[in-house]
Design a protein around this ligand. Structure first.
Ligand code: ZN
Ligand code: ZN
Length: 340
């Protein structure tokens, strides 16, 4: 089968690789769509991947074969794929399976081979059925929305004014979900017009270009001078965490959703003088993915607006250099098998 393989000397390369082996307790999935995630870019650029590794974790497909010990999953089922976990450790019992250190297995993020490939073998516990009315491209975006929903859960807020800093796929997904859940006003700060336009189609109440407009004045005008109750940092720009704290109201919450592997400078007195709740979010759960797929089925969420580049698997190395690494694409979606 064909796969996009990571080679230390060359980056992503399309190669013919052997079909994955199917063990008795595993399921073989024929991949339909896989989205390219910002974390894929980070893993390639930091070079932490092993030679020959196959990335790709935002994926939808159809069960093609099941091992003889697998019950409840049959060929033809439409599924998305999420990590497994033990279900019994302290973290799993706290509803935080993404912290599971016992038995967490995942595809495409450095552990098991991922879905920039025609086929993939997975454990049945990884599979979430795709509801009727949700196509394979939208379903492959459920994980991006689930990551945004997880950020909202981590903020511990259910309503009120919200500022989203950074309009990448997760920031835009956040805008949509904040509107569905009932936050308001919801404002996006994003320098690229193309992303602000998508936010408008997602129902945002206000947008600001932080390069040409004064964010402080916008915060003042939008919130009657008191600041936003919740601010989500989704830009990955280090200085934005201080910007987020400055934009938050007294007793407000700042949730850092983007991942920044560097060190940051903040003025801690901002935390003191405003008693800000500063938190972060990491990964997402099966439950959050199921909720986002349900919203997709109800027509409340349509992630396809995020797709700027719908490409074949063979095109990935070229699109990586020209559109992903240069920051020109918003969401690159691979059409690997047939769309459903
Ligand atoms: Zn991802
Ligand atoms: Zn566990």
């Amino acid at each position: 089968m064909k796969a996009a393989v990571f080679r230390t000397s060359k980056g992503l390369v399309i190669e013919d690789v052997p079909m994955p082996q199917l063990d008795d307790g595993e399921v073989l999935v024929k991949v339909a769509n896989t989205g390219f995630c910002g974390s894929d870019h980070s893993m390639i650029e930091t070079g932490i991947l092993s030679e020959g590794y196959i990335l790709g974790h935002e994926t939808s497909g159809i069960i093609s074969k099941v091992g003889k010990n697998v019950k409840g999953h049959v060929p033809g089922m439409r599924v998305v794929i999420r990590p497994t976990f033990c279900g019994t450790c302290r973290d799993c019992r706290m509803g935080k399976p993404y912290f599971c250190g016992n038995n967490r297995r995942s595809i495409g993020i450095g552990d098991l081979p991922g879905a920039f490939a025609e086929y993939i073998t997975v454990y049945p516990q990884m599979l979430i059925p795709i509801p009727d009315g949700v196509d394979s491209q939208n379903a492959a975006l459920a994980e991006a929305f689930a990551a945004a929903l997880h950020g909202i859960k981590c903020s511990r807020k259910e309503k009120g004014s919200a500022l989203v800093i950074g309009g990448g796929p997760i920031g835009l997904a956040l805008v949509r979900l904040l509107k569905i859940i009932g936050f308001g006003p919801v404002v996006l700060s994003e320098p690229l017009e193309q992303k602000r336009v998508i936010a408008e189609s997602f129902g945002v109440d206000g947008v600001i270009d932080p390069f040409s407009e004064d964010l402080g004045a916008c915060v003042f005008n939008t919130t009657g001078g008191i600041g936003f109750e919740t601010v989500f940092e989704c830009s990955g720009v280090a200085d934005s965490i201080q910007t987020a704290m400055d934009a938050a109201t007294r007793s407000g919450t700042v949730c850092v959703v983007s991942m920044n592997f560097g060190q940051i400078n903040i003025a801690p007195t901002t935390l003191n003088f405003k008693e800000i709740w500063l938190t972060g979010s990491y990964s997402n759960t099966h439950k959050e993915n199921i909720q986002c797929l349900q919203w997709m089925a109800e027509g409340k969420v349509d992630g396809r607006a995020l797709i700027t580049d719908l490409i074949t698997l063979e095109k990935l190395p070229q699109v990586y250099m020209e559109r992903i690494h240069t920051g020109k694409a918003i969401k690159v979606m691979l059409q690997i098998g047939d769309k459903f």
